[in-house]
Write a protein that binds this ligand. Structure first.
Ligand SMILES: *Cc1c(COP(=O)(O)O)cnc(C)c1O
Length: 403
């Protein structure tokens, strides 16, 4: 698909800048595991990962083994963790490609250990503890038992211990604070028993930007798992979110222009009618490309100025009232997300107009061609050496905890 009708642009320099802000929040010596699930929220997992490696990112989090293997096939050698869980059939490929796996049940611990022994390949697992997300993960009261199994079973290697925050506002929400406390007391309990647990991680972007690990429980965590912050779409109510730069742009060509008299209906259901004679521009993008059908009151930028999307979105086309913008013509580029001149529209603007979240918009645009720009200059230094006592690789977790 050529990028001539509608396309995404990914600004790798913006990604570098965001990773620098993330590193500041994480603090020195903390491993950044960049979350690149769902094709890096629509930004292109392979290109994002390659650039992130150059920026010092030490590991990647993905949603499925398929995503992990895609990164391996593209030459990414860093540790990769499947954040959620995998189905049984995915396990052999994960072991062959040294993919770290979240672990939630004793049943899986045993089947994984058996497979690891049969293949003669270690299975690296991160014990996922459900401190309040209520989705995946082992309940805290069963975590100790599961940990024992991991440490005992030949074939399993403990890569880390993790949990996930439920509140979208991280520690600004008291429930996030409570979750972090539950997790900290468990992990401290393991430490008190002399167990070395490898990577310790809980902070997504919201957790990271609200101080999890820096001001709350300093010294406990050695790894953070940001996603949306790296893409510059962290909710603005979170501290420092304004320092992040949007990475994604979405553009489409004007493919048709039409003058219409007052009262003319436009689009399916004739839900919009011209209040006065005006000029309509048709863009070559629709809900079939992942634009949300329910966009309400959204605008686009053409020639640096705003124009409203009008009428219902079609599968392949969108219509814009450009009566107030003289000079618009077929071939002009319309910006639905991104900068044009002095004005800009964000993923969050579109999400708001569609009553959804920026994450969903990024993922939904997956069918459009994508152009990566920038990235020639890597503006942040390579990751500093990890703090003493933190294993660089889960494979190097001290074995002294094993009997
Ligand atoms: C998606 C995800 C993240 C990243 O979340 P952001 O809100 O994008 O920072 C971190 N951890 C887990 C387990 C996830 O599923």
């Amino acid at each position: 698909m050529d990028a001539v009708r509608a396309w995404r642009e990914v600004d790798l320099d913006a990604l570098s800048a965001n990773l620098a802000v993330i590193r500041e929040h994480a603090g020195p010596g903390i491993r950044v595991m960049l979350v690149v699930k769902q094709d890096a929220y629509g930004h292109g997992a392979v290109a994002v990962a390659h650039h992130a490696v150059r920026c010092g990112v030490g590991a990647f989090g993905v949603g499925t083994s398929h995503e992990a293997l895609e990164l391996r096939a593209a030459g990414i050698r860093s540790p990769i963790l499947v954040l959620g869980t995998v189905v049984e059939e995915e396990l052999p490929a994960c072991l062959r490609h040294q993919i770290h796996l979240g672990l939630h049940t004793t049943g899986r611990a045993r089947s994984l250990a058996k497979l690891a022994r049969r293949l003669g390949l270690p299975a690296r697992v991160h014990l996922n503890i459900d401190t309040g997300m209520g989705r995946l993960g082992v309940p805290p009261r069963l975590a100790g038992e599961l940990l024992e199994i991991v440490l005992r079973e030949e074939g399993l290697e403990l890569g880390g211990v993790m949990s996930h925050l439920a509140p979208t506002e991280g520690l600004l929400d008291p429930f996030g604070v409570e979750q972090a406390e539950r997790f900290a007391s468990l992990v401290n309990g393991f430490a008190a028993r002399g167990l070395s647990v490898g990577w310790i991680h809980m902070a997504n972007s919201a957790g990271l930007f609200t101080g999890l690990g820096r001001t709350a429980h300093p010294g406990l965590f050695n790894t953070v798992r940001p996603g949306i912050a790296a893409y510059g779409a962290l909710p603005l109510i979170l501290p420092d979110a304004r320092r992040l730069t949007p990475v994604l742009s979405l553009r489409s060509r004007v493919v048709f222009m039409k003058n219409i008299p007052e009262g003319t209906p436009v689009g399916y259901g004739s839900t919009w009618r011209a209040r006065q004679a005006t000029r309509i521009a048709t863009l070559a993008i629709g809900y079939g490309h992942g634009l949300p059908w329910r966009l309400h009151g959204a605008e686009v930028l053409i020639r640096g100025r705003r124009a409203p999307l009008i009428g219902r979105l079609s599968m392949d086309y969108a219509t814009v009232d450009v009566g107030h913008l003289p000079g618009v013509q077929v071939g002009d580029v319309a910006t639905l997300i991104g900068r044009d001149g002095d004005d800009a529209l964000t993923l969050a603007d579109m999400a708001r107009a569609a009553s959804t979240i920026p994450y969903e918009i990024g993922c939904a645009l997956c069918r459009l061609p994508r152009i990566h720009r920038g990235g020639e200059e890597v503006c942040i230094p390579a990751q500093p050496p990890l703090a003493r006592g933190i294993p660089a690789e889960p494979g190097q977790v001290p074995r002294n905890a094993r009997s």
